[in-house]
Design a protein around this ligand. Structure first.
Ligand code: EPU
Length: 422
């Protein structure tokens, strides 16, 4: 199993190019199921989750090819494909549930494994099921699978008003894709507003879908009979950009993030600014400068445009070595403090009580062997390792490879002392 060896204490300087967003690329790969025509995605990040999703599509009979250096991939989903997602693939990546909406909408039936448990919370998919049922699907859960079909005599889903009990990102994406090909109008109330939703909606519109209101909590979709192929560029990864911002704020230095979208990171940038980092942003770049210990910041994770849960662990690493104490409240997932005990192994002073972690900032962390438990927890440990005195080994970095495109190479490029041990 690969590990990362980091020797901390070096400031970061230079330029990094931000990759396409994992959480946009994954639903967009699934959206290629909505048409028999060829769909090309560009700026697809090189990630394990993308490879898994491609394998899942391949397993159904989707043909795909990679072209060029710049993350280009084309997909063609024939009418004859097998609309099934087996447990072996779904269990490794929860985003596999995103095939359910497009498969039902185009083929009228689908068999998709229920995702299993997850390190960060129980993460049920009840809202996905309820929403698709409101659109006319009959969905049974049997033998660990969601077995979905249309009622006898029906060939398409129908439009519906869907108001989910909570805001769900992949739920909203499943409904968007299903409603694009459904008969009639769909109104999504309480829709997620994340930039990845907007990016998916823009791709669907390029395929011929009729969608309005994406980027707000009320999305209106007028279903169409068929969708066509398109070429779409995956939006920049705001969480990758946010992770590099926190890394530079923690280590000190001066780094320009190319292809980054500051407007997608307002909540994080505001906190970094209050902490004392200098942030400058323009068209397609963010520059961050920091020196010395920053001021600890309290925050509470919420849905977009609030502070993202996917940035909680990384900002907490920064708080560990900032001046003062901070209160971090996680409201999205019930078990997303798995990094805390590992940060404590590096010397951090953190106490958790339910969904609140209180961090007492200290002068310095000291290197140790730590274990990555999920994707963003891994990123938090890498940031902590970059500032810790001496050597830190981050074990189980397959989590990091799921969602960060060449993270250690990018960090090395801006001066970090980091290497992968096979
Ligand atoms: N929820 C339910 N029932 C549902 C759906 C969601 O109870 O049917 C609950 C969840 O358990 C959670 C809350 O609603 O407590 C919000 O979950 P959401 O559905 O929004 O999360 P998701 O769609 O499964 C996506 C990202 C996550 C990110 C969350 C929140 C993708 C592929 N994943 O997950 O990304 O943390 O939204 O922003 O887009 C990551 O990249 O590290 C990651 C975990």
């Amino acid at each position: 199993m690969d590990k990362l060896r980091i020797t901390g204490g070096r400031p970061l300087n230079g330029e990094v190019t931000i990759s396409g967003a994992k959480n946009a690329a994954l639903p967009e790969l699934c959206a290629t199921l909505l048409t028999a025509e060829s769909v090309t995605l560009t700026n697809v990040p090189r990630l394990r989750d993308v490879a898994t999703m491609r394998l899942l599509l391949d397993n159904m009979g989707v043909q795909s090819e990679t072209h060029g250096e710049r993350g280009g991939m084309s997909f063609q989903a024939p009418d004859s494909l097998k609309p099934e997602a087996p447990y072996e693939l779904v269990k490794t990546m929860r985003a596999s549930v995103l095939v359910l909406g497009p498969l039902l909408a185009r083929f009228g039936h689908a068999k998709v494994s229920l995702p299993g448990g997850c390190a960060i919370g129980s993460r049920p998919v009840d809202q996905h099921i309820k929403g698709l049922q409101a659109m006319g699907a009959e969905i049974l859960v049997e033998h660990g699978y969601m077995v979905a079909q249309l009622p006898a005599g029906k060939t398409r889903l129908h439009g519906a008003r869907i108001a989910t009990d909570m805001i769900t990102v992949t739920g909203t994406e499943n409904f968007l894709m299903a409603a694009a090909l459904a008969e009639g109008e769909t109104l999504l109330e309480n829709a997620a507003q994340e930039p990845e939703i907007t990016d998916l909606a823009e791709m669907l519109i390029a395929m011929g879908a009729k969608i309005e209101g994406h980027g707000t909590s009320r999305i209106h979709i007028q279903g169409v009979d068929r969708l066509r192929g398109c070429t779409h560029q995956v939006v920049a990864d705001r969480i990758e950009a946010g992770t590099f911002l926190c890394a530079v704020a923690a280590t000190g230095g001066d780094v320009i993030l190319r292809h980054a979208r500051a407007e997608h990171l307002d909540a994080v940038i505001d906190k970094l600014h209050d902490a004392g980092a200098e942030i400058e942003a323009g068209d397609g770049f963010i520059r961050v400068r920091a020196s010395g210990r920053l001021k600890a910041q309290s925050f509470r994770t919420t849905e977009y445009p609030g502070f993202p849960t996917d940035m909680q662990a990384q900002f907490m690493a920064l708080n560990c070595i900032a001046t003062g104490s901070s209160k971090v409240t996680e409201t999205i997932f019930e078990n997303r403090f798995m990094h805390v005990n590992e940060l404590v192994r590096l010397g951090a002073k953190i106490q958790t009580d339910g969904k609140v972690a209180v961090v007492e900032g200290i002068d310095k962390l000291s290197g140790a062997i730590v274990m990555a438990t999920d994707l963003r927890a891994s990123a938090s440990l890498v940031i902590a390792g970059l500032v810790a005195e001496g050597e830190t080994i981050v074990d189980r970095i397959y989590h990091l490879d799921r969602g960060y495109d060449q993270m250690e190479a990018k960090l090395r490029g801006i001066g970090a002392d980091i290497e992968r041990i096979k």
